[in-house]
Ligand binder design. Structure first.
Ligand code: AKB
Length: 350
């Protein structure tokens, strides 16, 4: 009798670190962690199994079906917005074809063990596309159905996968002689820019905020690639993990939609810089906008309306901007780099 497990793809990424750190404290499913790179040794101890491989590898997908009884999938593997612009076709393969392979895995698993498989999908504010700064300002807090005109390959990928998941959840093989539910319980969040105290982002356009605070904590000068007035929604990583768990645990009958906004705080880059300087007075932070990347940020909303998430499954962020800095980011980042410096010195001097 195989034990039910939760599969986490992209487990070595920013959300993966936070999610495994949360799940290890819960007596829920065993964790199977999958990533293109070896799983962080610090996290391996919390996982029943760790796999290194590519979600595009059909042989690996076959192994997952035969070796595990998967009841929940957190599909975190993706190429983020900036990286995806340098390799749009690769991004499509990973972000779309990879997601379809995981949805089909969920479908096959559901047929095998007879239970629906929850598929938690991190969509993004990149699914929105506002045409210019004035419209962005007037639009204010956008709803899920507003401005779904993404201008990045990553945003197009995320929006399409939202529809793919909704198709499997609600319309799968609708013309079949004996139409039966797919067994895929797809649930998606449109995450804002997530900021972790313990990991640095790679390849995102919202990375300017975490990059700024991590550079300041290390005493490195930072040239911000967006304009001072650039404003998008952000969230402290613990709230990102909280939203995933709350959505996963929400009774199906409470959900009125498959895709939810979740919001927390929406500072301008200049406001964020002010808080970083307050925490690290010696920080050298300048603005040197990179026009193409700055233009992407201008297409993302200034803020999101997360009323449906609050109404349907009790979403409520724990961290506003001051608390995110004072209680999460600054104390943890300072400790993280102090411990890293001690590790480096120990490695050099023994
Ligand atoms: C990115 O910047 O690409 C991501 C996102 C906002 O989804 N962090």
């Amino acid at each position: 009798m195989r034990k039910p497990v939760s599969l986490i793809t992209g487990a070595n990424g920013e959300i993966g670190h936070g999610l495994i750190d949360y799940l290890r404290r819960q007596d829920f499913h065993d964790i199977v962690a999958l990533d293109l790179n070896p799983i962080d040794p610090q996290m391996q101890r919390y996982c029943a199994a760790t796999l290194t491989g590519d979600i595009l590898d059909d042989f690996l997908m076959g192994r997952l079906v035969t070796e595990y009884e998967i009841h929940r999938i957190y599909h975190l593997a993706a190429l983020l917005s900036t990286r995806a612009e340098y390799s749009p076709e690769t991004a499509h393969r990973v972000n779309v074809e990879g997601t379809l392979k995981l949805i089909r895995l969920a479908h096959e698993q559901a047929r095998w063990h007879g239970h629906s498989v929850q598929f938690l999908f991190p969509s993004s504010i990149a699914a929105y596309g506002l045409p210019n700064a004035d419209t962005k300002t007037r639009a204010g807090r956008v709803r899920e159905i507003d401005w779904n005109f993404p201008t990045t390959m990553y945003g197009c990928n995320k929006l399409y996968c939202e529809h793919l998941g909704r198709y499997y959840a609600q319309h799968y093989r609708q013309l079949a002689a004996e139409s039966a539910p797919s067994g895929v319980d797809f649930r998606a969040l449109r995450f804002p820019g997530l900021i972790s105290a313990f990991t640095l982002p790679t390849g995102g356009t919202s990375d300017f905020a975490p990059e700024m605070v991590h550079a300041a904590a290390q005493g490195h000068p930072y040239k911000c690639f967006v304009c001072p007035e650039a404003r998008i929604p952000f969230m402290a990583m613990p709230d990102g993990v909280k939203a995933l768990i709350l959505l996963a645990e929400a009774p199906a009958e409470k959900l009125t939609q498959r895709v939810y906004n979740v919001g927390s705080f929406s500072p301008t880059a200049a406001e964020f810089r002010t808080l970083v300087i307050k925490a690290f007075p010696q920080a050298e932070i300048s603005f040197e906008p990179d026009p193409p990347r700055a233009r992407i940020i201008d297409t993302w909303p200034a803020d999101v309306d997360d009323t449906p998430a609050r109404r349907d499954w009790g979403w409520q962020p724990d961290y506003d901007l001051p608390r995110a800095f004072n209680e999460y980011l600054v104390p943890n980042i300072v400790r993280y780099y102090k411990e890293q410096k001690a590790r480096d010195e120990h490695r050099i001097h023994g």
